[in-house]
Design a protein around this ligand. Structure first.
Ligand code: NAD
Length: 488
């Protein structure tokens, strides 16, 4: 296998690099797959300077929405043309099953085209009802130079939940991708140049979060920070932003509830329970990792979920039939297994899995299901970020709302019922930015994602996500003679 080598992408080109590197080994087999520049604060400074220069020159920020949309649509075309390569990079670096990586890259195309269309409609408001000679224009402008920090679980998809929206608004960006999975960001930035994006508008600096991530979020030349990652690091980024009084958007962790009422389509809900926690190896912020099942159907439903989980295929992420690939790295793999041990130690009933799946040098975890999980247990409260499902039984609607909301997080929740009253009541009372009914981990570029509580704030995708990259400026316009206020 060829090891891909990258340096930073700054001002429209890969820079020469002779410094330290971060080596990425495939979590599936331990083989080296990529080497990235291990950046320094000076690299971030150069990237921010390039972005500032590009932004202030107007070479991108002053183009019409139509012109920006043309470039973004060409970028979408180029992503499609490089589809297989980008899919391979995602699989090599993340260890996720290839069918899910294909979905991710397809998703980036849709996001880019949708963002292009929003840029064409970027508009403000005019007030003409303020009285004679008085008009106000509320103008929508790009926010400026944006720092984007992304995680490893959907490297390309989350990148493109941000980048095309920022670009469509006219911003210039500096991206700090995860040190585990920087390949797709570095490739997509070069594709953007090929699509006609001016130099310096899309920069990528690779390296460690504690060094380059920290410098980017501390940098006084950044106007807005859009961060996706853990709640722990998110808190740190908010503290950094306070120093420069910079706006932030925080897409953080989750521990979503997946609630199944007895009157649901139970076949669909069994599949939904599996999708909820085993999709993307369970390394998913909106994972439905806490399953709540109404007692009258619980025994049979939970037995079906556990049996189907035990039949899932764990292994080579490049195999089309694989359901669960490798955990992102050895450290995370160990943490997931520690959570499993805590579940057993704290008295949850292990129905299936519970161990590493021994497959060569990769970091694989068996699909694991625990029954009789209670709110006092660690596995009920903590984001495990692996293929581990916690099941809790409930009797009444009020009871399950209390259980679901008993969480530091509030990202996404799910409800399964054929009763519209139940669906609406539950949806309104759940404390989360997103609720899905009779489906799970679904979505579309038009729909904003946001969290409440420890899951963060600010919007990604949709009109609201686009507007995060803009700011309003009010122009109050007086025409004609003006009545003096102080004398004549
Ligand atoms: P992480 O917080 O460890 O890292 C995220 C990014 O922050 C990485 O690029 C990392 O290098 C960088 N970073 C680390 N330290 C930093 C610092 N001091 N300053 C600035 N940047 C720093 O998260 P992760 O392990 O990469 O991703 C998993 C987490 O992301 C989970 O908690 C998951 O729920 C969350 N996530 C949330 C969403 C969402 O939309 N809400 C989506 C995907 C993932």
């Amino acid at each position: 296998m060829t090891v891909r080598e990258y340096s930073h992408y700054i001002a429209g080109a890969y820079e020469a690099w002779s410094g330290e590197t971060v080596e990425r080994r495939s979590p599936a087999n331990g083989e080296p797959v990529a080497r990235y520049a291990s950046g320094t604060p000076a690299d971030i400074d150069r990237a921010v300077e390039a972005a500032r220069k590009a932004f202030e020159s107007g070479v991108w920020s002053e183009l019409s929405g139509m012109e920006r949309a043309e470039v973004l649509n060409r970028l979408a075309d180029l992503i499609q043309e490089n589809f297989d390569r980008l899919v391979r990079i995602e699989v090599e670096e993340t260890g996720k099953p290839i069918r899910f990586a294909r979905g991710d890259i397809n998703g980036t195309v849709g996001l880019t085209r949708y963002a292009a269309s929003l840029g064409m409609q970027m508009a403000g408001t005019t007030y003409t009802n303020l009285g004679r000679d008085r008009t106000a224009l509320i103008m929508r402008e790009p926010v400026g130079v944006v720092g984007l920090v992304t995680p490893w679980n959907f490297p390309a998809l989350i990148l493109m939940q941000k980048v095309p929206f920022a670009l469509a608004a006219g911003c210039a960006v500096v991206v700090k991708p995860s040190e585990f999975t920087s390949g797709s960001a570095l490739e997509i930035a070069a594709l953007a140049s090929k699509a006609g994006l001016p130099d310096g508008v899309f920069n990528v600096v690779s390296g460690k979060g504690s060094i380059v991530g920290q410098r980017l979020t501390d940098h006084p030349g950044v106007d807005f920070i859009s961060f996706t990652g853990s709640t722990r690091v998110g808190r740190n980024v908010i503290e950094s932003s306070a120093k420069n009084i910079v706006k932030t958007s925080m897409e953080l962790g989750g521990k979503s509830a997946n609630i199944v009422f007895a009157d649901a389509d139970l076949d669909a809900a069994v599949d939904g329970a599996l999708m909820g926690v085993f999709f993307n190896n369970g390394e998913c912020c909106v994972s439905g990792s806490r399953l709540f099942v109404q007692s009258t159907v619980a025994d049979d439903f939970i037995a079906r979920v556990a049996r189907r989980a035990s039949e899932l295929k764990v292994g080579d992420p490049f195999d089309d039939k694989t359901d669960i690939g490798a955990m992102i790295d050895e450290n995370h793999f160990g943490k997931v297994l520690d959570f499993v041990k805590s579940g057993v130690a704290e008295g949850a009933k292990l129905l299936t899995g519970g161990e590493a799946a021994k497959l060569g040098a990769g970091h694989y975890v068996q699909p694991t299901v625990f029954d009789h999980v209670t709110p006092s247990m660690t596995i009920f409260q903590e984001e495990i970020f692996g293929p581990v499902l916690s099941v809790t039984r409930f009797d009444t609607l009020d009871e399950v709302i209390g259980l679901a909301n008993d969480s530091q997080y509030g990202l996404s929740n799910y409800v399964w019922s054929k009763n519209i009253d139940t669906v609406m009541t539950v949806s309104k009372r759940l404390k989360s930015g997103w609720v899905q009914a009779n489906t799970i981990i679904d979505g579309a570029p038009q729909l904003p994602l946001t969290g409440v509580k420890g899951s963060g704030f600010g919007y990604e995708m949709g009109q609201a996500g686009f507007e995060e990259f803009t700011q309003l400026k009010t122009l109050f316009l007086h025409t004609g003679p003006r009545q003096p206020v102080f004398g004549s």
